[in-house]
Design a protein around this ligand. Structure first.
Ligand code: FSO
Ligand code: SF4
Length: 543
């Protein structure tokens, strides 16, 4: 195995023996093979497009498969193998429809087997290290990781009935670009930026899907304590799953709580009306090993980030969608427009004790673009009067490394006239700190999930308009982004495609960026690595 797709890549280079995330070599290799087969599906899907044969099944397959390979989503070798086999069937179906193309056939479009031993053997040979030029490898993987983020957001939108065909077409273009051996740095760089543009488009699509389905997030006070009933804890990002579970638990005596990235569900009007939706339990994804334990009831993982569960609570972990873990029950997909069947997890919950309280009190959130727009006059006045001097975008991911204490320390060290704009699970490093408010505007404005970074961009564009500026970079906004997995990669590429410069990235720069590619990003976009709180405070805020 070799994997360097996330911030925890071993020794800042890559995981070669076992994933720091817990991914086994077998699963890592199978994920490589799944991507290989997915590129083959993209090839045949593109051939079908050339002949105007619509192929939504292949497009859905590409999205599902890319999502499955995101960090901390799926650890189930059998499920991944089944997905590989499904890819063969989709390729065959498209081949039969399109006939043999003029184009030379890449190996990923022809290789297949019905023998699982051969699948396992092949999985060991399709490593990303097969690309020996480190700059080309770096750019190709940057495209792939960006596309994984696009896939995740496209899937959530699709679950709500929204899609964008241009994004679907671009996913194939991006995948096929990684097969083209004639592509050098000059050809791949524009595709990296185009990936970012599609990131903006897919986040806009998901924003539309979420807000048209569930209303605009609004300022909300979220309960952090627990009730007396047994509960189900919902983690991950999928709001459709959340809605269906809320409906199916109504009147059953089972309460619903959010965990980690599901916290922003508390901000949507459509969900707030459910009386048995108690609030949020716990913190960012990596704290699940103790928080799932003390929750006492079953946990539903609708997406990443899953940490391999401890034996003590493994029998209470359920997965659905792209998430998976061997031996944990997986709740099947929707069929024929019917909701998912959550009855097993609900029955399980009824037999469990209520959650153990780990904290009390509340936190405030719900500052997505629509809500901030309603406060716009207040915000603009505060900037004009000098009450707010800086906005600090601290979006992205949290993680378990101690070095991430930097973000709590940075938030605490910020001067009182600065406001943090956040989205994603990065917020858990400072959303419970007593940072106060500025004339009624909280100093931490949480827009929502990582995809709601789009909301932060919309907010920035609205401020640019309100101040009559020409360039988004003239605003008093600095970017100090924390990353962990591939959704943060698409958020970063999206910001670059919107013209945002001088983004600071941490806690470390991606292992998949070669020194030359890093230099390009530094020169063209002013991307930099974080240093110490003191130095960064001086450089970003005080100077
Ligand atoms: Fe966090 Fe995990 Fe949302 Fe990520 S829970 S780390 S960027 O999945 O997707 O912010
Ligand atoms: Fe390592 Fe991250 Fe890949 Fe897991 S996802 S194997 S931690 S680089």
């Amino acid at each position: 195995m070799f994997c360097f797709q996330c911030q925890e890549a071993s020794k800042g280079v890559g995981c070669a023996i076992k994933g720091v995330c817990g991914k086994s070599p077998e699963v890592s290799n199978l994920q490589d093979l799944l991507l290989f087969v997915t590129k083959g599906v993209a090839f045949w899907s593109h051939q079908a497009d050339l002949k105007a044969i619509s192929n939504p099944e292949a497009e859905k397959y590409i999205i599902d498969s890319m999502f499955i390979t995101i960090t901390n989503a799926n650890f189930d070798a059998n499920k991944i193998t089944e997905q590989i086999e499904k890819g063969f069937a989709i390729q065959n179906n498209l081949k039969a429809k399109t006939g043999t193309p003029e184009a030379e056939l890449p190996e990923c479009a022809t290789w297949q087997t019905t023998n699982r031993d051969e699948i396992n053997a092949k999985s060991e040979t399709v490593s990303i290290l097969n690309e020996t030029n480190e700059d080309i490898r770096s750019l190709k993987e940057l495209i792939i990781y960006g596309l994984k983020g696009v896939a995740a957001y496209a899937e959530h939108a699709a679950n709500l009935g929204y899609s964008n065909q241009e994004v679907n077409l671009f996913m194939k273009k991006g995948l096929l670009a990684t097969l083209d051996n004639s592509h050098g740095v000059n050809e791949l760089l524009p595709i990296v930026l185009e990936t970012g543009k599609n990131g903006v488009d897919v986040m806009a699509l998901l924003d539309k899907a979420n807000t048209e389905s569930y209303g605009h997030p609004e300022i909300s006070t979220v309960n952090l304590g627990v009730g007396k009933n047994p509960g189900i804890l919902v983690s991950g990002h999928d709001l459709k799953d959340f809605e269906e579970l809320l409906k199916q638990t109504e009147g059953t005596g089972v309460d619903i709580y959010t965990h980690s990235e599901m916290l922003p569900a508390n901000y949507y009007p459509a969900f707030k009306k459910y009386k048995h939706f108690v609030g949020n339990y716990g913190n960012a994804w990596w704290e699940q090993t103790s928080e799932f334990e003390s929750f006492n009831g079953p946990v539903l993982l609708t997406t990443n980030c899953l940490v391999p569960p401890k034996e003590s609570y493994k029998n209470r972990v359920y997965t659905t969608g792209a998430a998976g873990f061997d031996e944990c029950p997986h709740i099947a997909e929707r069929e024929n427009g019917k909701p998912k069947d959550f009855s097993d997890i609900i029955e399980h919950a009824k037999k469990c004790p209520a959650p153990t309280e780990i904290e009390t009190g509340t936190l405030t959130g719900g500052f997505a673009h629509n809500q901030v727009a309603e406060l716009a006059d207040k915000v603009v006045d505060a900037v004009k009067s000098g009450a707010i001097k800086k906005f600090v975008v601290m979006a992205g991911c949290d993680g378990r490394m101690n070095s991430r204490n930097y973000y709590s320390d940075f938030a605490e060290a910020l001067p009182q006239d600065s406001v943090i704009l956040t989205a994603g699970c990065a917020k858990y490093r400072y959303n419970k700190l007593p940072l106060g408010d500025i004339g009624g505007i909280p100093r931490v404005l949480d827009a929502g999930q990582c995809n709601d970074s789009y909301s932060l961009a919309v907010t920035a564009l609205k401020l640019k308009e309100a101040f009559g500026l020409d360039d988004i970079n003239e605003l008093p906004i600095v970017y100090n982004i924390a990353w962990y997995e591939q959704k943060a990669v698409i958020v970063l590429l999206a910001l670059l495609s919107l013209g945002v410069k001088n983004i600071n990235l941490g806690p470390t720069l991606p292992a998949f960026l070669s020194p030359n590619v890093t230099n390009v990003l530094v020169e063209q976009f002013g991307i930099g690595a974080i240093t110490t709180v003191e130095e960064d405070m001086e450089r970003l805020i005080l100077s």
